[in-house]
Design a protein around this ligand. Structure first.
Ligand SMILES: [Zn+2]
Ligand SMILES: [Zn+2]
Length: 304
């Protein structure tokens, strides 16, 4: 339970309320969880708050293995009616994966492909966001990814699977090696490309992404900057080079199912992105301590 910024406690609490109770097998962690721990997050409920949003487990009512999707859109607003449920302003967030049990509406649940391990299935949540971002990226053969964290690596793998010529830029040699193992070319300084997908989430990196995009090209901003950031962008390339600058946020339920299928088939090998496996007691240290060079996701198994 989060009791306030930086105040994480492992404690016995009653089972959460909700339509379906799920026994958690694995919950993977990402930068959003670290943000929630350190500063709070607008999607968190009031303190004490449950968190963890990449969750897989077993349904109490049916015994099925499910990915617990982290959001359910309202289904009736203008965005939902247009099929853009990721933009729903009345989203119900389903958090609490860092626990032995989580409660979720039935609409949040997705079947896990047979044979896919819990830690791998949990990565369908961030992978779905990568699927969504690539769907907004146009269809140029030449593609680049700025940032070799787990999101950048997922983007690179999806672009490789589409048969594109993919360059990933990161300053850490270990992450460049990971990108190359996924089929991308890796560099420590980005040249200019027709498509640049930003997966860092800093104002200066957004500017670099725009600066490295060829005239007429597309920039997809995948990395979210710190809340409240004002970003100053160069007017020249935006105007004279007719850059197409697009945001990409979250995912839709069909994109989550697509991500699960990619992980189940092995087209995206979750093992290359899985990091340390820890129990709930190790969560605080696991989140706040930098993990060194490789980009890998922390796997929380509350049964440990
Ligand atoms: Zn996440
Ligand atoms: Zn809606």
């Amino acid at each position: 339970m989060l009791h306030g910024p930086g105040d994480l406690r492992v404690e016995d609490v009653p089972d959460p309320d909700g339509e379906v109770l799920v026994t958690v097998e694995a919950a993977t962690a990402c930068a959003t969880d670290l943000k929630a721990l350190r500063h709070g997050h607008l999607i968190l409920g009031p303190y004490p708050a449950r968190f963890g949003h990449e969750t897989v487990g077993v349904r109490h009512d049916t015994g099925e293995r499910v990915l617990v999707g982290d959001s359910v859109a309202c289904g009736t607003c203008i965005a939902c009616a247009a099929g853009r449920t990721q933009l729903c302003p009345d989203m119900t967030w389903v958090l609490g994966g860092f626990a032995e049990r989580i409660a979720a509406p039935v609409a949040a649940l997705h079947a896990v492909p047979d044979g896919l391990a819990a830690a791998g299935a949990a990565m369908a949540e961030p992978l779905a966001a990568a699927v969504h971002a690539v769907a907004r990226a146009g269809d140029t053969h030449d593609a680049a990814v700025l940032g070799g964290g787990t999101m950048g690596l997922m983007l690179a793998r999806l672009l490789v699977l589409e048969g594109r010529d993919v360059t990933l830029c990161d300053r850490h040699p270990q992450r460049r090696a990971q990108a190359e193992a996924l089929g991308a070319r890796a560099v420590d300084a980005l040249g200019r490309h027709e498509l640049v997908m930003e997966a860092v989430g800093r104002p200066e990196s957004w500017r670099v992404a725009i600066d490295r995009t060829l005239p007429g090209g597309t920039v997809v901003l995948v990395g979210g900057c710190p809340a409240g950031s004002d970003v100053t962008l160069p007017s020249g390339p935006l105007h004279y080079a007719e850059l197409d600058v697009r945001g990409a946020f979250h995912h839709t339920p069909p994109e989550v199912d697509h991500a699960l299928a990619l992980l189940g088939s092995g087209d995206v090998d979750w093992r290359t992105l899985a990091g340390k496996r820890i129990g709930l007691e190790g969560l605080y240290d696991g989140l706040v301590r930098p993990n060194g060079g490789e980009a890998r996701k922390l796997v929380v198994d509350p049964r440990l």
